[in-house]
Design a protein around this ligand. Structure first.
Ligand SMILES: [Mg+2]
Length: 427
């Protein structure tokens, strides 16, 4: 009993000492303790030495160098002038750090802005590029593909839908829709397609600012979709985008009218800014409603999911990167909602996204761009030696270390903008 009392007293004193001591030095003691944790494994000594970047088109590409001669590549989209400056600033903070602490670096940057995590937009798009490059570098250092670092894969191949890019055609007619659908199937082997319904030049449009579609516009939209459904048959997935350019009245009208056409989804018939508005819309129609290409971080997707959106479509090159993309997918999975990422990047970004799609149970479809088949630039700026990029509507996830796609910096120079920094040493 005496021993027990002594032991209890010792434990009590020790517990009090343990509880009080850190309080006096909170902010350094704990942090030092965490930093002192051994991070064993042979390549743990690898350190980041430099981050370089360049913009081509709407993409910011970054390359993270290390002291072991290995580098990682990443891509962010919707990049505008100024993204380079953000990327180089983030990069200077990474020097000397281990690239393996991807989540920690992500949080350090995410919370490192003025509002301790409140930023979205360009800030998170650039963070997405950096985060992706960290996965690529880590995979190369560990000799593992990124999907393995993300916890393994549910599937070897990721099914994609082809954006038919009819937005490049002036006022496409129903027969143009039918032809584009048939050609994407016949020429490139796709079994899932996407078409845009919003058309700023529609002569039946009320005016430039009114978000209500006229009866003429609604008829035009229906006729276009009916023509392509009839041309491609009932087994092809048909996804439809309205780019958030209409109001709730129009969204209700078109979602109800196209129900017989059995769409895979109707994408953002209303803007994805007032998340509450999706609640009534999704309750009013059997047409699945998709949203999320302009939503950032898991916090934004939680609100979309809480309001009943049927399909989430984060853009992994701007919503926060691969880790955040996986977290969004897993969050959606708790709501039994499919994960169908938006993708407007190069093949580097497409393959990076495919690793995440392989790693989550609720993956449904990933976006694929017809420019991969029609624009030589996309072939020239990357290096990939594993055969077809896409076959029969599937992208095979690379088993090479990292993402499995490299950047061809020399080829990229031909397409760079102005005098902005382009993969120069970051001093
Ligand atoms: Mg869209």
């Amino acid at each position: 009993m005496a021993n027990s009392n002594s032991r209890r007293a010792f434990i009590t004193k020790t517990a009090m000492a343990a509880s009080l001591a850190p309080l006096a030095t909170f902010g350094t003691t704990y942090t030092n303790k965490i930093d002192d944790q051994p991070k064993l494994s042979a390549p743990s000594s690898i350190k980041i030495t430099d981050v370089q970047c360049g913009i081509i088109g709407g993409s910011l590409f970054v390359k993270i160098h290390s002291d072991q001669g290995i580098y990682g590549c990443g891509e962010g989209v919707d990049a505008i002038r100024g993204a380079e400056s953000l990327a180089l600033g983030f990069g200077r903070r990474l020097r000397g750090q281990s690239p393996f602490n991807v989540h920690k670096i992500f949080e350090d940057i995410r919370r490192g802005g003025h509002f301790g995590g409140g930023q979205s937009g360009m800030y998170v798009a650039v963070l997405s590029a950096i985060e992706t490059a960290l996965w690529d570098l880590s995979g190369k250092a560990l000799d593992l593909p990124v999907y393995q670092l993300l916890g393994g894969k549910f599937r070897d191949k990721v099914r994609v839908y082809c954006d038919t890019a009819l937005y490049r055609v002036r006022f496409p007619k129903p027969e143009d829709f039918a032809k584009a659908g048939q050609e994407a199937i016949k020429n490139w082997g796709f079994n899932a397609l996407k078409f845009d319904l919003d058309y700023a030049g529609d002569p039946d449009k009320y005016d430039r600012y009114n978000w209500t579609a006229s009866p003429g516009e609604i008829s035009r939209m229906y006729d276009q979709l009916a023509a392509v459904r009839q041309a491609v048959g009932p087994k092809i997935d048909l996804c439809v985008d309205m780019h958030g350019r209409y109001d709730h009245v129009t969204a209700q009208a078109i979602a109800k009218k196209v129900e017989p056409l059995n769409l895979t989804w109707l994408e953002e018939p209303i803007p994805a800014e007032n998340f509450d508005a999706f609640k009534t819309l999704t309750e009013e129609t059997n047409t699945p409603i998709a949203a999320g290409e302009n939503v950032y971080l898991g916090y934004g997707f939680k609100q979309l999911l809480d309001n009943g959106v049927d399909v989430v479509m984060p853009d992994l090159q701007k919503c926060g990167g691969l880790g955040e993309g996986q977290r969004i997918a897993n969050l959606a999975n708790l709501y039994y909602v499919p994960f169908s990422p938006h993708m407007v990047a190069s093949f580097l970004g497409a393959m990076a996204c495919a690793h995440v799609c392989a790693s989550v149970p609720n993956f449904h479809l990933m976006e694929w761009q017809s420019y991969f088949h029609t624009d030589e630039m996309y072939k020239k700026i990357v290096i990939f030696d594993e055969g077809d990029w896409v076959k029969d509507s599937f992208v095979t996830v690379s088993n090479k270390p990292g993402i499995g796609v490299d950047l061809n910096i020399e080829a990229m120079r031909e397409y760079k903008r102005g005098n902005a920094p382009f993969f120069e040493e970051n001093n």
